[in-house]
Design a protein around this ligand. Structure first.
Ligand code: FES
Ligand code: FE
Length: 426
């Protein structure tokens, strides 16, 4: 799990760098533009609390604050397997800017501001990709090594006041974890290990980095990103809108885990006796993920990593949702399904048993989420109470509310690297 914290970034944060690259970072102590009394109600004890105020889901100002705060810290920007080979380069939209990801000759993944040090041209267009032994700006062909150092600028040879070492690409904090890429464009979010504290024991045994993505769906949902995350964190709605899910998993089953030092929320649900996995009839066309316990082979773990990654651990596959907010009322979601190599080795392997089931369920969820968004935009919405079955939403909502107030996301204060998460009943 190599961590790349570049010296160049450190210089920028010291304020001594000639680079003035503005990621629109807000002062983290600047609270979000929301009524503190409403946030205090969200932070009241479980059973007495209220949801976030409707403006948290509809306001342009809150959306801008979230982009400059929640999405300028650690968040998932994709999978390592999509940029695995030396020389692969890709530009992705991050907040209001784009970031260049580059796999070096040393196979270390690096991230840079997607901005040429000459006159600011984008190195790659947003969404673009290439594979090459150097990073080359298309405007005047300045060329950088894969580690971001400038080595060639046409026409400057012999210019005594020009030193290529002064113009590396601006490097950003990026880290890979079990096959997912996490970026901290602000460089101020602290160790990723703390953001993910407590997750290794939940996810590590599934070895997600071994699994191969065999299907990906993209959805654009007319709902705020938090509505989508909140919907994922409860099955109180399952008996109302998910008949297919209820046939293979009892909606009232399972428990949520108590908060940890990490910035994530999660819990699990059982499979019905006849079901081997989540599919329309409970059958699996795959194979169990190696080394899972008997308990893990009979349940699904649902984990929401703040702010934008949802990981659903099945006995035979991992489904991932990655959300990117587009506007207060619009979110792009990529859903992918990854299977163990032992399953896809079969020439007849077909991921449809998992994909079809979850595509139906996803669309049922998106319909509900879009209706919630319309309700919250109606002008009549008030922050409602949470049911006893919505304790994981409470964990997420209080995490968001603390973030809005400039406080740490986790409710736990003391650092305890080996702390065990506890289970709490619904
Ligand atoms: Fe990139 Fe000129 S802006 S080489
Ligand atoms: Fe659902």
């Amino acid at each position: 799990m190599p961590l790349f914290v570049p010296n160049e970034l450190a210089r920028q944060l010291d304020g001594n760098s000639p680079i003035a690259y503005d990621f629109k970072m807000a002062n983290p102590r600047t609270p979000a533009p929301l009524d503190p009394a409403a946030l205090a109600k969200s932070l009241a004890p479980f059973g007495e609390s209220r949801m976030l105020p409707p403006a948290a889901y509809t306001s342009d100002e809150v959306f801008a604050w979230e982009s400059a705060n929640f999405f300028s810290g650690w968040h998932c920007i994709g999978r390592s397997a999509d940029i695995a080979a030396a020389g692969m380069q890709r530009a992705d939209k991050v907040g209001e800017t784009t970031v260049l990801l580059v796999r070096g000759e040393d196979l270390v993944l690096r991230a840079f501001a997607n901005v040429c040090r000459h006159r600011g041209h984008e190195i790659l267009p947003c969404g673009g990709s290439t594979t090459a032994r150097a990073i080359t700006c298309p405007y005047h062909s300045w060329s950088y090594r894969l580690d971001g150092d400038l080595f060639s600028a046409a026409g400057y040879q012999g210019e005594s006041n020009f030193d290529v070492s002064e113009f590396p690409l601006a490097a950003l904090c990026v880290q890979e974890w079990h096959g997912w890429i996490f970026l901290d464009p602000s460089g101020t979010a602290g160790p990723l290990e703390m953001h993910l504290a407590g997750l290794e024991e939940r996810i590590g045994q599934y070895q997600p980095e071994r699994l191969v993505v065999m299907a990906t769906h993209e959805y654009v949902i007319e709902a705020n990103w938090k509505i989508i995350i909140e919907n994922y964190q409860e099955c109180y709605h399952c008996s109302s809108i998910h008949p297919e899910l209820c046939r293979v998993s009892p909606p009232e089953s399972g428990e949520n885990w108590a908060p940890t030092l990490g910035s994530w929320v999660g819990g699990w649900q059982d499979l019905r006796e006849h079901a081997m996995t989540m599919s329309l009839d409970g059958h699996s066309d795959g194979v169990p993920i190696p080394n899972l316990s008997a308990t893990e082979l009979r349940r699904i773990d649902y984990i929401g990593v703040f702010p934008n990654l949802l990981v659903s651990l099945h006995p035979d596959y991992i489904m991932t949702h990655r959300a990117i907010p587009l506007s207060p009322g619009r979110t792009w979601v990529e859903c992918s399904w990854a299977f163990p190599p032992e399953a896809i080795a079969s020439p007849t392997f077909d991921p449809a048993y998992a994909v079809d089931f979850w595509d139906i369920t996803n669309r049922e969820d998106w319909t509900a989420c879009e209706s919630v968004q319309r309700g919250l935009e109606s002008g009549f919405a008030k922050a409602g109470p949470l049911s006893p079955a919505e304790d994981a939403i409470y964990q997420f909502v209080t995490m968001v509310a603390r973030g809005y107030l400039g406080q740490p996301l986790s409710p736990l204060k003391a650092a305890a690297p080996n702390s065990q998460t506890e289970k709490v009943d619904h």
